[in-house]
Design a binder for this molecule. Sequence first.
Ligand code: MG
Length: 244
Amino acid sequence: MSPHRPILEALDRVNSRPPGASSPIAVYDLDSTLFCTGPRNLAIARAFAEYRHQLRPFVDQLRPDHMGWNVMADLEALGFADKAILTELRHFWRATFFTDHFVKLDSVYPGAVELVKTVRSTGCLTFYLTGRDDPGMRQGTLEALEAGGFPLPGPDVVLRLKPTWEEEDLAFKTKVFDELQALGEVVLAFENEPANANRFLRAFPSATVVLHATIHAPDPEPLDPGVHQLQALSGPWVLATELS
Ligand SMILES: [Mg+2]
């Protein structure tokens, strides 16, 4: 079966909804789902290497599209073994990764914009639900969405960020589930974290939940067999968008 079929079938169901049915909603995570954080992580490592030149030869070997979930682990895998410097980098990373300046460096996964636009064209509310925090990352996120060509917040597009940096991502997202229930029917949800995708499917069992298989936090819980996996977001919607 084509890996795209569950999404296309969900769109067919949206298109054939009876008049008066509750509003369809498509939910998208941002980091490592629509946006590749590799360039952000690489820029942070490069900026830090300005202060710790021992890192430079290792940072120079990193490639933005082959970064793992943890840039410190990427450098260790290349043979960099100075734990004290890696600890410093970890602090530097925590201070920079969740900021307007660095978030704008992410790249867009191929097919992501076309997917979001095509789903929106069926009448789905576009709901970006992200663990990025509002105080630190709203402006950068808006600029990244615009630069990438994604639909921007408006009457049928919602951007929901965490109210504080400290709040745990999944706890925040599950709190928003009530808001989604009140808004309409979640028909599609896209995530890169297996635990989050599982939680979506349990909360919205009639939805098509898709795991974009990029990177995820260590020690993931097993993926529910009802969650669909996509290795890439490119699909028939890319050609459809070009022709429209
Ligand atoms: Mg994510």
